[in-house]
Design a protein around this ligand. Structure first.
Ligand SMILES: [Zn+2]
Length: 326
């Protein structure tokens, strides 16, 4: 078998190889390293690359990837999984979105790909990750979370031709009802769009909420859907589950809060919104209701802020636009 080398993880035969990829240094000179797992089947096949915790407070994907690594035996696998379950390691140590060492720019790792070896902290990190990803990945799945535990939606890079078609096949096999064929010109600097432009079919899962806002049911359901993708790709044996019809969206809209205060929401993930649907209510610090914000567009709730306190300028609601049953 051909060697696969990602940092100190080296795979030349069926089985599990672990190691670390150095992406920079701490202020005391200690290396910043990302854990790498290479799970190699006995038969050659595609290489599926899995990213978790690109944002350091989005830990559910780490658990989903670990669950799949625990439940897929090399003897059952055709091809290879390369997993980086805890990508943004310094951010995850603080359970925050971005690295605490990112002092300039905004340091969003999912806006920094393909990275820059002489760039800011997070751009250098992206550079070290993207090199092996581009070299080895045939498919990319990137796990994120949004605001609350009931978040279940996905998006794929709707690139022209075969790259987009293969990504759509992955999205169908994963089977979340709310799935966006994302226009290739949005989310610049994301691993998904960068890889798609390099010819790698790419898919993002948004499962569960921030920090601790997820549970074993979310993890096991998403892990089974990921194994279903692997059956679809011919990496595992068995029939592919059909999870049923999916909404197709034209795009999504982020609606930010323009008022601070205590907030209770009225809607849940998956609910249908019309223009003017009331989204929740703000109280002031004396307990009086001061506003019931309304949806500015029609669509499906992908994520909704559940407060309980909120400043101005954070995501109030994330809406999938123009839902079509397909
Ligand atoms: Zn994220």
């Amino acid at each position: 078998m051909e060697e696969i080398r990602v940092g100190s993880a080296v795979s030349t035969a069926a089985g599990v190889s672990t190691g670390e990829l150095r992406t920079g240094d701490m202020p005391d000179g200690a290396p910043i390293t990302i854990p790498v797992v290479i799970l190699r089947g006995e038969t050659d096949g595609p290489t599926l690359w899995l990213n978790g915790c690109v944002h350091g407070d989005e830990l559910c994907g780490t658990y989903i990837i670990h669950e799949v690594l625990r439940t897929v035996a090399p003897g059952d696998l055709t091809g290879t999984i390369v997993a980086m379950p805890l990508l943004n390691v310094t951010a995850s140590q603080k359970v925050q979105r971005m690295s605490p060492f990112e002092l300039f720019g905004n340091g969003d790792l999912n806006r920094c790909f393909p990275g820059d070896p002489g760039g800011l902290t997070t751009q250098q990190m992206a550079h070290h990750i993207y090199g092996p990803l581009k070299q080895y990945a045939d498919f990319l799945i990137d796990f994120h979370t949004a605001l609350t535990i009931d978040v279940r939606w996905a998006l794929y890079a709707d690139a022209p031709g075969e790259v987009g078609r293969k990504a759509a096949g992955i999205a169908k096999a994963f089977g979340y009802k709310s799935t966006l064929p994302a226009p290739i010109d949005i989310l610049g600097g994301s691993a998904m769009m960068t890889a798609a432009r390099d010819g790698i079919p790419s898919f993002i899962v948004e499962a569960g909420g921030m920090g601790a806002a997820f549970d074993r049911a979310v993890v096991e359901d998403a892990a089974e859907r990921l194994r279903n993708v692997m059956r679809h790709l011919g990496m595992l044996q068995g029939a592919v589950t059909d999870y049923g019809a999916q909404y197709g969206f034209s795009n999504f809209a982020w609606v930010n809060s323009t008022r601070g205060g205590l907030f209770e929401n009225y809607v849940k993930c998956g609910d249908r919104l019309e223009v003017g649907t009331k989204l929740g209510r703000y109280f002031d610090v004396f307990g009086d209701v001061v506003e019931e914000p309304e949806s500015p567009c029609a669509g499906i709730v992908l994520a909704i802020n559940n407060g309980p306190v909120m400043p101005t300028g954070v995501v109030l609601v994330h809406i999938g636009l123009d839902p079509q049953n397909v």
